[in-house]
Design a binder for this molecule. Structure first.
Ligand SMILES: NC(=O)c1ccc[n+]([C@@H]2O[C@H](COP(=O)([O-])OP(=O)(O)OC[C@H]3O[C@@H](n4cnc5c(N)ncnc54)[C@H](O)[C@@H]3O)[C@@H](O)[C@H]2O)c1
Length: 323
């Protein structure tokens, strides 16, 4: 049941660093929220970001932007968690797990204490592990605690395909599935250009000599994108902020968009006890439905491998003797 004080267009952003503040900026520009509250362990950073953003209000749709406090969780429609430690150059996303799991657990405890009715969107890395940890800690239905998953990776994939094939990225329908990280994979079986399956499109496009090599190259580039950007500038924030805005639109506007968010699986694809990026219908309830696409054996195996990788880390996180 919804709280009588619940606001359908209020968003709380936890973590006012590079990702959180860029997301707040993008969300404000799109006019998708009435109120954005920014929180950070560093109060000055949150205040500074809020002032900077609020002073641009003359140039974007009417919105209240302010620094927040935990009581803001109570009436929010969406809480986006970007709080946490930054990925260091050369550090794998999975190595961040212990540092960030404790932060996420304490935030979830506070959100639950505030009797929040929001959808919680986890962004901090490793996002799939933290989504699983957050969902477990909350005791909420799985749809309400979701991760940004491979939405960003899928956008990178679409961009590279668009560049290679010379087709508008909006006509490229393609998903990266699995872990947001090293075990992710392109779901070629459901990749199409304006409805034409990619292999068939390739035979009519004839832009390359060795499509298999191109496929491998694109998959490799997608997987290593974040590492390259981190090497160049220390972190990534623009594309992820736009990906988060897309997920937020699906939630705040009840769009029922199909996005590869990180979902806690409950038997779909024969998997459970793990959260990873799978095509899901996203609405104001969060994940409305996980779409169980029929994958060919090699892609099903890749998904299972990704799940195994994540489950191993989850097992290492859980105290010995816990079920
Ligand atoms: N899922 C994705 O696709 C994706 C993409 C890019 C970055 N990320 C992740 O997003 C997270 C944030 O990245 P960033 O570049 O903005 O980092 P950042 O260091 O710029 O910002 C993180 C902020 O979190 C704050 N923080 C730490 N603990 C907190 C707490 N308990 N409560 C409130 N605030 C707290 C810090 O003070 C800091 O300002 C990282 O974990 C990063 O790996 C995820």
């Amino acid at each position: 049941m919804e709280s009588e004080h619940w606001k359908s267009r209020k968003v709380v952003v936890v973590g006012a660093g590079a990702v959180g503040s860029t997301f707040a900026y993008t969300l404000a520009q799109r006019g998708m929220a009435d109120e954005i509250a920014l929180l950070d362990a560093n109060d000055d950073l949150a205040r500074g970001q809020v002032l900077d953003l609020a002073q641009g209000q003359a140039f974007f749709p009417s919105i209240q932007i302010r620094d927040g406090r935990p009581t803001d969780y109570a009436d929010a429609a969406l809480i986006v968690i970007t709080a946490g430690a930054k990925q260091k150059p050369g550090e794998s996303r999975l190595e961040l797990v212990r540092r960030n799991a404790a932060i996420v657990e304490s935030l979830i405890d506070e959100i639950v204490r505030q009797n929040s009715h929001a959808v919680v969107l986890i962004v901090s890395n490793p996002v799939d592990i933290l989504t699983y940890v957050a969902h477990k800690r909350s005791g909420w239905p799985r749809g309400r605690v979701i991760g940004s998953g491979t939405v960003l990776d899928s956008a990178r994939f679409r961009h590279l395909l668009s560049q290679h094939c010379g087709v508008d990225v909006h006509n490229v329908h393609a998903h990266i599935m699995g872990e947001h990280g090293d075990s992710e994979f392109p779901a070629w079986s459901i990749t199409n250009m304006a409805g034409t399956p990619i292999d068939h499109f390739c035979s009519i496009c004839q832009r390359c000599d060795d499509w298999d090599a191109v496929r491998r190259g694109i998959a490799h580039q997608v997987k290593h994108s974040a590492y390259h950007i981190i090497d160049y500038k220390g972190a990534t924030w623009f594309a992820v902020a736009l990906a988060l805005t897309q997920i937020s639109a699906a939630i705040l506007r009840n769009q029922h968009s199909v996005l590869t968010v990180s979902a806690v699986l409950e038997g779909e694809y024969g998997l459970s006890g793990v959260s990873l990026g799978v095509p899901s219908v996203v609405s104001s309830k969060g994940i409305e439905q996980v779409l169980e696409v029929k994958l060919p054996p090699d892609e099903q195996r890749a998904l299972e491998k990704s799940a195994d990788t994540l489950r191993e880390i989850i097992a290492n996180l859980e105290p010995a003797g816990s079920p």
